[in-house]
Ligand binder design. Structure first.
Ligand SMILES: CC(C)(COP(=O)(O)OP(=O)(O)OC[C@H]1O[C@@H](n2cnc3c(N)ncnc32)[C@H](O)[C@@H]1OP(=O)(O)O)[C@@H](O)C(=O)NCCC(=O)NCCS
Length: 257
């Protein structure tokens, strides 16, 4: 009953069988590809625990709710297994550092040759994006949100809010989630977190994901691609990547027995 409905484009795959790794190209990916891994969080965390570092175990132990602890353990164990395949480094050997506002990056010997990554969890799913340029992923489980118009009024740019208001009542909630995840993906790509003014850039709110304009952060919208990577009918997800359009490959993580 905890199973998540994923789109069939997400092929069940072990990272070791995904055709990635140092031989595949710089960052462990074939040129111009961007990979998205969907990690269901409902299962047993046991297979994900072994590679976790002492700091990660410590952080996991501090979660008050067992569900949150399991989400953290599965997500970070999965991240290690996935990045291990791209870098050719053992999962437990990978090292991470965080940027000034908390964005994690590969560190140590895997950092130079390794890919960029970004992760997002929502509901019982984590999405991990892997690419050779800076990227941000955001995933949200669709749910009814009584106050979404107030949230949009407060956080969206004027142009985004005006476009949202012009839609019919039934189209608005999906457009709200598209806008939210695209904005969040962009600030996660920049690593800025919530210090960045959410009205300093515009994204599209219709089916076609686009970064439309950036104001005053030394970025130009032309330097970015925005992609819809929604993993299933109950989720909306976006990736913002500092690159021209990439071919997206989608996987559902399975680990070898
Ligand atoms: C922390 C933040 C980067 C994302 O938070 P979130 O959407 O609640 O959570 P997600 O699951 O999507 O992402 C969390 C992951 O992002 C990564 N992360 C943390 N800080 C980050 C940063 N500054 N930049 C990029 N990624 C970051 C981490 O890997 C984190 O996972 P972990 O804690 O298990 O290591 C931040 O943007 C935030 O708090 N956003 C709140 C939502 C909001 O108001 N959005 C407005 C959109 S209109």
């Amino acid at each position: 009953m905890d199973d998540i409905a994923l789109h069939s484009a997400f092929e069940p795959r072990s990272p070791r069988d995904a055709g990635v790794g140092p031989a595949a190209g710089v960052g462990g990916l074939p040129a111009n590809e961007l990979h998205v891994w969907a990690v269901p969080l409902a299962g047993d965390p046991e297979p994900f625990l072994a590679p976790l570092s002492a700091a990660e175990r410590e952080r996991a132990s501090k979660f008050h709710f067992a569900d949150h602890r399991r989400r953290y353990e599965i997500t970070h164990g999965a991240l290690r297994h996935v990045l291990a395949a791209y870098t050719g480094t053992a999962p437990a050997e990978l090292q991470f550092r965080v940027g000034p506002r908390g964005k994690p990056y590969l560190d140590g010997s895997a950092a130079g040759a390794g890919p960029f990554f970004s992760l997002s969890h929502s509901g019982k799913l984590t999405l991990i994006g892997i690419a050779t340029s800076e990227l941000g992923v955001d995933c949200e489980k669709l749910r009814h949100l009584e106050s979404f118009r107030e949230i949009a009024r407060k956080h969206f740019s004027e142009q985004e809010f005006t476009r949202l208001e012009a839609l019919t009542e039934t189209a608005r909630l999906l457009a709200f989630y598209r806008c939210w995840t695209r904005k969040e993906a962009y600030i996660k790509a920049l690593g800025e977190g919530l210090t960045m003014g959410l009205d300093t850039f515009d994204v599209s709110i219709d089916e076609e994901p686009r970064l439309l304009a950036c104001r005053g952060v030394g970025e130009s919208a032309e330097g970015w691609a925005m992609l819809d990577v929604s993993p299933g009918p109950d989720f909306v997800a976006a990736i913002a990547i500092r690159a021209a359009e990439r071919a997206v490959r989608r996987f559902q993580l399975t680990l070898d027995a």
